[in-house]
Design a protein around this ligand. Sequence first.
Ligand code: FES
Length: 111
Amino acid sequence: MKYPFQRLFLICTGERCNDDKRGKDRGEEIRAELKELNKKLGRKGTVRVCAVSCLDLCEVGPNMVVQPGGTAYSHLDRKSARAVYDAEMGEGPPRPDLEFDPDDLAAARRK
Ligand code: FES
């Protein structure tokens, strides 16, 4: 049986994405804000905003993966995460500019 939700936002709240140095733009704050938004929009029963402990893309965090489809987004802050939410829900323009870039990750890992 398929997972009974329309969409799943998996937001990393792992140590590096949630680094205190990011202030209000760290993973846990991003998750809390989107979770509250999702609830306010009455989507709690159809759309889930969940925390994950690590997506193994730590160098380019904060990160998020959206299901179905599995698109990953990197270098997020609260504003860009909201833009991803809107885009993925069909309520904003697509944001390919915020998608995870494997070359960016490879470069970050070489540093
Ligand atoms: S801590 Fe977020 S991807 Fe690893």
